[in-house]
Design a protein around this ligand. Sequence first.
Ligand code: VGL
Ligand code: ZN
Length: 198
Amino acid sequence: MKALIIVDVQYDFLPGGALAVPDGDGIIPIINKISRDFDLVVATQDWHPDGHYSFASQHDGYEPFDQLELNGEVQTLWPEHCVQGSHGAAFSKDLDLKPVEAIFRKGTDLRIDSYSGFFDNQHKRTTALADYLKAKQVNEVFICGLATDVCVYFTALDALRENFRTRLIKNATKGLDEEAIDNAYRDVKKKGGELINY
Ligand code: VGL
Ligand code: ZN
């Protein structure tokens, strides 16, 4: 059984948003078309409490995209984005949510960031996405959405770790940084994932 995972198609990651992915909106019609072909479609939603530690504004002297060490891990600092209940955290109205059976929210712990739709960045807390998919007899996942080099990438890595056959749909994902996107593609392939165009 195959499932489509739609990652973070939220206003803050779209043009005009706080952490906009250039041309991020271009993938929405493609996702809407693809999602009709799947028996199971789920979505992830970045959903941070106000004052989340991943926000540069929480760290004196730091700017968005700077890095610092948090809980022993390197954390990239971001502009404030996807604050719970805000417009920026909402799914784009252009994304067809009708086929989406379940939504997995992440980044809800004030102190720990979560790029992957499966686990937080420290692999301490699960969203239960893997158990959900396994309970539905899913063994293959297709991943699309935003941003290729951040949440799509880490979701793909965890899907591989959870032993799903993992395909990343290149023409239905957009990223922030060209070099990071290339590295993400290469790493997903190296770890046994497949890159496809749909
Ligand atoms: C994301 C940075 C911070 C993403 C989420 O959805 O790719 N990127 N939070
Ligand atoms: Zn975030």
